[in-house]
Structure formats: structure tokens, C-alpha cells
Design a protein around this ligand. Structure first.
Ligand SMILES: *Cc1c(COP(=O)(O)O)cnc(C)c1O
Length: 415
């Protein structure tokens, strides 16, 4: 070890491979090796750089970096090697030119909207959305003079009909949290393009191993990386992917000056989580389909409803299969009343009551009293978050244990 072990800016990206080559790697390889920058120590596992600042070999070096004439780190609000590795790996998995990591999913959603919208602009958004995403649309944007319209996102024609001369952004999730509405990515992104509107897709429910919206024409993909990307329920994280130009010209002025930066520690955790993203995403999807098939008949017979894009009964089952590699770990079902929903939750012995998703553990919650409790009751009902709705994230447990637990819980509630 020398006293100055690494001359600033000398980390090797992806072990000496040139980056054009790494782009050609297939997704399973990207997940394990994409975005690996090794230091002079040759560490196998990517290093965790817990540093807020950087030092420079001479005064001109730092002046050049601040002037934008030289590459290199200047301050961890703006760049950090560990965060940089995460951003490179996510961009490669997404098939995006560029990515910027964010402190949380909501930091990513807020930044991807506020960085490009100004007073007088109009944003069309999906009615069915995560509670805080709806808060941005219903409360935050209007406070800054940005007009918003919410529509039924599964109705492709409604997107076109909502466009006005000042429409600048389409904002939606697919599948949506927690109603599992599916948006026709190709059709809706094409409508956006034809009208010069920027499409912003919240891809938290699928993740890049199962759905890559940019392949269908999305301009910006925003993530809660807290969910399936970390995948083990450890840290909050977010990400925004887009073209190099959009990231540099539209997002970065907002990002560098407002600071929704991820902690390097959290970036490191997510970066390691991505190595198993594809395996987890596919196995959890298989478990979710198996559990859904096991319980569908009983839920329907009891007068309830399944909302599971992996089942043939979902109105957009074919569309989901066409635009996703697998339908994901999450589904919802309606058992008619809050009392019955609570009875099911309280009878679970294996599956945890938890409002998190994407975890390797199976987790179940009642959205109307948790993730969507902050919304007005009318708006909640209108978007399909009914009093009897339960949402489940299906984990990696043995499917026989999961079906036994669900069987017991449904029986306890008379379903
Ligand atoms: C969880 C979630 C978010 C918010 O992400 P955080 O990491 O919790 O801030 C945004 N959108 C969707 C669809 C989510 O499920």
C-alpha cells in the first residue's frame, strides 16, 4: 500500500474491458459483471467508498473538473465510485444510455417530474398509482402551477384524449401499485412521441429483469430500487434511466443542486442485490403464478376478485405476457370487506403482514389502510383500492409452505 494508493480518476472500469464490449454482454452477465470498477487492489467484490469528498494531485486538476474539462470525482453529492458502479450496472440492465441513482423511489419520481416541468405545463398521469406518486400529481405539481389530469391508464385512447397544447409529460406505472392495471407500453409511448410528450414510466413493480420500458419507446424509466432491485428488504434506493442527453441536460441541473443523492452504502447494497435480480425475479414470478392459481377458484367462489396479470383471468394477461418476460412477484385480490381482509392477514403464520414489496420474503398488506391510507376515500375507490383489497408480494419460500399458509388464512376468513 502506498500513502496515495489511487491517483484520482485512475480506477479501471470493468476490469480492463472496453465499455463498448461490456454493452454486448447478455443480461445475466451484465447483472454480475456490468459496472465493476476495480481499484489497484484488484478486489473481487466491488469496493464501498464511504467518502463525501475527494483530494486532488494539484490545483489545476480540480479546476479542470469543476470547469467540466476533465472527468473525475469532485463531491459525493455529484459523483461517488460506488454509486457510479450501481448507475452503470442499472443502465446496462435497462438498455439505457445513462442512469442516475437516487436516495429513494420517491426521490426518483419527484426528480424525474420536477426536473422537466414548469408552471403552465400539463402532466397526464395514471389514476392507479402508488399513494405517494398520486400525491405528487394531485398535490405537489399543482402547488407549482403545473396542471395535472388523471386517467384510466389501461384505456390507451384516454391518453391521447387527455393531451392539450401544454402537455409535457405522461407519468404511469405498469403493472400499477396495487391494482395491477397494465398499460400498453408500446401504444402509449408512441402517442407520447407523436405529440412531443416525454413518457416517464415507474417500473418498480417489474424491474429491469422482467420489463424494459425503453424497448417499447419510453423516454424515462424511474425506479424504486428499494423493491426488487435490492430484493432483500434492506435499504431505500431509487434510480432514473434515460438518454445521455436527457440525463445530462434535463435531470442533472436539478439533481446536482437539489441533492436527492443516494448514500454510497445503500448503492453498494443494491449493486450486490442486482447480481441475483434475474434469478429472484423469475422464481418469485413463478411462485406468484402458482399461488394465484391455487387460490383463484376459492376467491372467486366467495364473490371476490383476483387481480393477477399472470393469470388468464386478468383483462391484460396477453399484453402483460407480451411486454414482460414474466409477470412479477406481486398480485392483489379482493375479498369484499375490510373485516374479511383483516381476518386473512391476522390468520397468516408464515407470510408477514408488511407493506413492503420486492423482498425474498412473502409479505401481505391491506392497501386502503396502509400504502393508500393518505388518499381521499373517493379517489381511492375510483382507482380500485377497495376496502376488501389485499396485496401480496410472493417471495422465494417453498411454494408448498406458501399455499398451506394461504389455505389456512383463507379458511379462517371463510373464503
Ligand atoms: C415503493 C414504490 C415507490 C416509492 O419508492 P420508495 O423507495 O419507497 O421511495 C414508487 N412507486 C412504486 C410503484 C412503488 O411501489
Amino acid at each position: 500500500m502506498t500513502s496515495r494508493p489511487l491517483k484520482s480518476g485512475t480506477m479501471k472500469k470493468t476490469t480492463g474491458m472496453d465499455r463498448a464490449k461490456t454493452r454486448n454482454w447478455r443480461p445475466a452477465t451484465q447483472a454480475v459483471r456490468g459496472g465493476t470498477w476495480r481499484s489497484e487492489h484488484g478486489e473481487t467484490s466491488e469496493a464501498l467508498f464511504l467518502t463525501s469528498g475527494y483530494t486532488y494531485d494539484d490545483a489545476q486538476t480540480v479546476a479542470d473538473r469543476f470547469a467540466g474539462d476533465a472527468q473525475g470525482m469532485t463531491y459525493s453529492r455529484l459523483q461517488n465510485p460506488t454509486t457510479g458502479m450501481l448507475e452503470e450496472r442499472i443502465a446496462l440492465l435497462e438498455g439505457a444510455e445513462a442512469c442516475r441513482a437516487q436516495a429513494s423511489g420517491m426521490a426518483a419520481m419527484t426528480a424525474s417530474l420536477l426536473c422537466q416541468l414548469s408552471a403552465g405545463d400539463h402532466c397526464v398521469a395514471a389514476r392507479a398509482a402508488f399513494g405517494s406518486c398520486r400525491w405528487l400529481v394531485d398535490h405537489l405539481l399543482p402547488r407549482f402551477g403545473i396542471e395535472t389530469t388523471v386517467i384510466d391508464s389501461a384505456d390507451t385512447a384516454a391518453w391521447e384524449a387527455a393531451i392539450k397544447p401544454n402537455t409535457k409529460v405522461f407519468f404511469f406505472e405498469t403493472p400499477a401499485n396495487p391494482t395491477l392495471d397494465v398499460v400498453d407500453l408500446k401504444a402509449v409511448c408512441a402517442i407520447a412521441k407523436a405529440h412531443g410528450v416525454t413518457s416517464v414510466v415507474d417500473n418498480a413493480f417489474a424491474g429491469p429483469a422482467l420489463q424494459r420500458p425503453m424497448e417499447f419507446g419510453a423516454d424515462v424509466v424511474a425506479y424504486s430500487a428499494t423493491k426488487i432491485m435490492d430484493g432483500q428488504g434492506r435499504v431505500l434506493a431509487g434510480a432514473i434511466c434515460s438518454s445521455e442527453q436527457w440525463i445530462n441536460e434535463v435531470l442533472m441541473p436539478f439533481q446536482r443542486n437539489t441533492g436527492p443523492t443516494i448514500s454510497a452504502f445503500n448503492a453498494w447494497v443494491v449493486h450486490k442485490g442486482l447480481e441475483t435480480l434475474s434469478l429472484r425475479s423469475h422464481q418469485q414470478s413463478r411462485n406468484a403464478v402458482a399461488l394465484g392459481e391455487f387460490m383463484e377458484h376459492r376467491v372467486v367462489k366467495a364473490g371476490g376478485e383476483m387481480r393477477h396479470p399472470g393469470l388468464a383471468s386478468h383483462p391484460a394477461h396477453e399484453l402483460a405476457r407480451a411486454q414482460m418476460d414474466a409477470t412479477g412477484p406481486i398480485f392483489a385480490f379482493d375479498v369484499g370487506s375490510r373485516a374479511r381482509a383483516f381476518a386473512i392477514l391476522d390468520a397468516l403464520e408464515l407470510i408477514d403482514i408488511s407493506n413492503n414489496i420486492g423482498d425474498t420474503r412473502s409479505l401481505m398488506c391491506h392497501p386502503a389502510s396502509t400504502t393508500h391510507a393518505g388518499m381521499e376515500a373517493d379517489a381511492r375507490t375510483e382507482m380500485g383500492v377497495t376496502e376488501g383489497l389485499l396485496r401480496i408480494n410472493v417471495g422465494l419460500e417453498d411454494i408448498a409452505d406458501l399455499t398451506e399458509d394461504m389455505d389456512r388464512a383463507l379458511s379462517a376468513a371463510g373464503v
